[in-house]
Design a protein around this ligand. Structure first.
Ligand code: HEC
Ligand code: HEC
Length: 212
């Protein structure tokens, strides 16, 4: 099979997967005034204690949520509530909290954090970053790994239910890719993407994205 055809197949596969997740994006709730205020109180109190003052956490396994895509934040808070993210950190830190939030407050929290400025990238190991960049932009045709840019954007800025990855903690990202690979975090799309990634490749991708 020639290379151009393989690339086309990979991209088409990714687009089909994309179509399968996009309907979730339509399920957004428009927040009312009361829930906006409730969300702001939570953000300035409980959420802040782990996710940092402006959603820019300094703890490597607590994700930065400032400037994250609104639809993605909403979908994830609902996934914690449904207990679809079943790894120990999700269970210990987010299940209990998400269970107390109704759809309006979830929508308001997503709106609140999506409007905060995202964290800037941090420098790291140049060789690893270069390796991660190549994989992120081109994927790996031989093993059917699609280019990440197809869904996460050329600058890893994300869109709708596809998360922003740029400037996120590398340790958090690497951990999530492992969880997605093992299906402890349920996502058919990302399981397909990560199932053939080696630990070394995950590390390179995470380093590139943290630096981005
Ligand atoms: C006790 C610490 C703690 C508190 C309090 C907390 N979180 Fe989290 N949050 C975490 C951790 C740890 C994770 C990563 C879970 C995992 O690895 O699956 C997380 C994950 C998330 C994610 C997923 C982000 C992504 O990139 O997928 C969102 C969204 C989120 N939290 C929002 C909130 C909001 C909103 C609040 C307040 C209502 C809150 N969190 C309170 C610790 C906390
Ligand atoms: C076909 C679309 C698509 C492609 C291609 C894709 N992703 Fe994703 N990615 C998603 C979706 C959708 C999610 C949200 C998963 C969920 O529903 O929990 C996601 C989530 C993630 C997360 C979790 C982020 C967080 O904040 O917890 C990481 C990390 C990630 N992707 C990395 C990658 C990398 C690296 C590549 C390329 C090797 C890639 N993705 C290719 C659609 C895609």
């Amino acid at each position: 099979m020639n290379l151009a055809f393989q690339s086309l197949k990979t991209v088409l596969g990714a687009l089909l997967l994309t179509a399968a997740v996009l309907p979730q994006a339509g399920a957004q709730t428009a927040p009312d005034q009361n829930s906006r205020e409730a969300a702001r109180r939570l953000a300035k109190g409980m959420c802040m204690s782990c996710h940092g003052e402006d959603g820019v956490s300094s703890k490597p396994l607590v994700p930065r949520i400032a400037g994250q895509q609104r639809a993605y934040l909403e979908a994830q808070l609902k996934a914690f509530r449904r207990q679809n993210r079943a790894d120990p950190e999700a269970h210990d830190y987010m299940w209990g909290i998400a269970a107390t939030l109704d759809d309006n407050v979830v929508a308001s929290l997503a709106d609140y954090y999506s409007k905060l400025p995202p964290a800037k990238g941090e420098p790291g190991d140049a060789a690893l970053i270069a390796e991660g960049k190549t994989l992120f932009e081109r994927g790996h045709d031989d093993r059917g790994v699609p280019a990440c840019t197809v869904c996460h954007g050329d600058n890893a800025e994300g869109h709708s239910v596809f998360p922003r990855l740029a400037g996120q903690h590398g340790q958090y990202l690497a951990r999530q890719m492992q969880l997605l690979r093992s299906r402890l975090r349920d996502s058919p799309v990302m399981h397909g993407v990560t199932k053939d990634l080696a630990d070394e490749e995950i590390r390179a991708l995470a380093m590139y994205l943290q630096a981005r």
